[in-house]
Design a binder for this molecule. Sequence first.
Ligand code: C5P
Length: 222
Amino acid sequence: FDNQPLKGRRVVVTAGGTKEPIDPVRFLTNRSSGKMGYALAEAALAAGADVTLIAATKRDCSAAIHLVLAPSAKEMLKAVEEAMLDADAFIGAAAVSDFALEKPFDKKVKKTSSDSHLTLDLVQNPDILKTVGTQKKPGQVVIGFAAETNDLLQNAERKLKSKQADMIVANDVLAPSAGFDKDTNQVTLIQANQVPIEIGPKSKTAIAEDIIQQLVTILDGQ
Ligand code: C5P
């Protein structure tokens, strides 16, 4: 980035697939690698921002990024709410589990000879993006992701409204160059009353730079 367009700005990014504990040794998770979120944190840093990356998945990143590990959705929400107190922008790239055990087992669950079934009772997790979107302060910009397998634009537009986000990065996870654990992605940027912007397919690093460039445009327009 030329001339550090995010200098003096604080950007909070979430990354990775959350891990929801079952017992002390097991958890429920998903296929997210965290690559897109880490690439966004690096791109925001390169643009001059002060970056807090709240990640459920540990990967290498620049030492200048404030990395906070938050494995479960509840831990992630707590870290995000604290970081958003003095942030200019939120980018929710994490694949947050929609469900978790209300109360994980204290001890490792054992097999028994009497019962071949185990039932786990799951309850809905808090929606981190929706919480940030509905609680955002004037001037704060909120960006979310929508991983879809069908009706990409309609679903993304619905999410833009329901989560009170300023932009949704819609991602067709079934496209050959897009989705979980790939190094490339193909996305559509959706904002209210604007023509959708199609990006890629190209590397997650290059996609992240375009998303950060769009964040700069939104922040400058306020
Ligand atoms: O509604 P859906 O989960 O498809 O929306 C995806 C977006 O919402 C992503 O930005 C994801 O990080 C965020 N999300 C969240 N908390 C949840 C579920 C999704 O922040 N519990």
